[in-house]
Write a protein that binds this ligand. Structure first.
Ligand code: KG4
Ligand code: ZN
Length: 331
């Protein structure tokens, strides 16, 4: 049975996980840096890199011990090599290189987005290629057609902010703190989604792209006007964001070759209103809707290990030990 160690350090979660070819997560550990970044209202790259450097090796040790697995028993070491905050990515990748060298094991440099894109297959063995993936996180907002390992067709991306970023920035102007997505969702539940007129950028356009900058600015103006209750602003923002996501995903699906399912991944997939809306969209298209468990939607190392397993199964060779960390790396 193939066994891969995964390492993730591209943003503010330090994570390690051991996954086998039977989709079993033998052990995983994740250290969130939420507390370190909260005072600044967002992720501070330098603080993130230092925290990864302190925590990663003990986390790797912890998962190996927990699963009683020795370095010699691994088939490969997979680490996020980008895209992401470069200091953090370098910590993870260099750690993986050192482990690969010490254990004489293949190194697999994984694209973080590929980790998200393939993670639904770790959660659900029945999910077959090709599927449509809406990836909505703090850093990304894309619709992909995932046809196999290395076969990713990007049909839509954001021309400015990511969806999670729009949630976080709206939370900030509403004084809800960081990370803002869950706080906006909680406040929105008590407000009127039609109370505040807000724009739906790009809705109705034939090009399947996303834009949230105009919505974010309108939220700021609504807050500054002092004319609306915060819960109504939160609810109206969330509704406008969902209307954008539905319209844009519908256009992307219309331009896409057939798929087996509509899948959502990334931190914003935690939002119940977003999930419910997407479930309806999938039903309209006669597609099953798949949302992996939250622990696999947000940044984690199991998805990086799984991407490594999928790459090995597809016959990909190991990456050289001088492979570079990449701050930008489109799929
Ligand atoms: O995937 P993730 O953990 O990290 C990135 O790769 O960015 O996503 C984090 C993002 C943040 O912007 C956070 O505010 C958002 O996901 N998020 C949510 C919710 N939970 C997390 N947004 C809306 N509603 C939520 N319940
Ligand atoms: Zn991510």
């Amino acid at each position: 049975m193939v066994l891969v160690l995964g390492i993730e350090s591209s943003c503010d979660e330090t994570a390690a996980a051991l996954v086998d070819g039977d989709r079993r997560i033998l052990a995983q550990a994740i250290a969130s840096q939420e507390a370190e970044h909260a005072p600044y209202g967002g992720v501070v790259p330098e603080i993130a890199a230092r925290a990864h450097a302190e925590r990663l090796v003990p986390l790797v040790e912890k998962v190996l011990n927990e699963a009683k697995v020795g370095l010699d028993e691994l088939d490969a070491i997979a680490a996020t090599a980008g895209p992401g905050l470069i200091g953090g990515v370098m910590v993870g990748l260099v750690t993986a290189k050192a482990l690969a060298m010490a254990g004489d094991k293949p190194l697999l440099a994984i694209n973080h987005l590929e980790g998200h894109a393939l993670s639904p297959r770790l959660a659900d063995a029945s999910l077959q290629y090709p599927y449509a993936l809406l990836l909505v996180s703090g850093g990304h907002c894309q619709v992909l057609r995932v046809a196999g390992v290395g076969q990713y067709q990007r049909l839509a991306t954001t021309i400015d902010d990511a969806l999670g970023e729009a949630f976080d920035k709206s939370a900030k102007v509403l004084g809800l703190g960081y990370p803002g997505g869950p706080a906006v969702e909680r406040l929105a539940a008590t407000g009127n989604p039609r109370a505040v007129p807000l724009p739906r950028p790009l809705v109705g356009s034939g090009e399947p792209h996303f834009s949230f900058a105009g919505l974010k600015s309108a939220v700021l103006r609504a807050v500054d006007s002092g004319q609306h209750r915060p819960e109504d602003i939160a609810a109206s923002f969330q509704q406008a964001a969902i209307d954008c996501v539905l319209d844009r995903t519908r256009i992307a699906l219309a331009t896409m070759e057939p798929v087996t399912a509509l899948v959502v991944a990334g931190g914003v997939a935690a939002n119940k209103a977003v999930r419910a809306a997407l479930e309806g969209l999938a039903a309209d298209h006669g597609l099953p809707f798949i949302a992996p468990p939250m622990a696999l939607c947000t940044d984690n190392a199991a998805m990086i290990a799984w991407a490594g397993i999928e790459k090995l199964a597809a016959g990909h060779a190991a990456d050289p030990l001088d492979v570079s960390a990449r701050p930008r790396w489109p799929l």
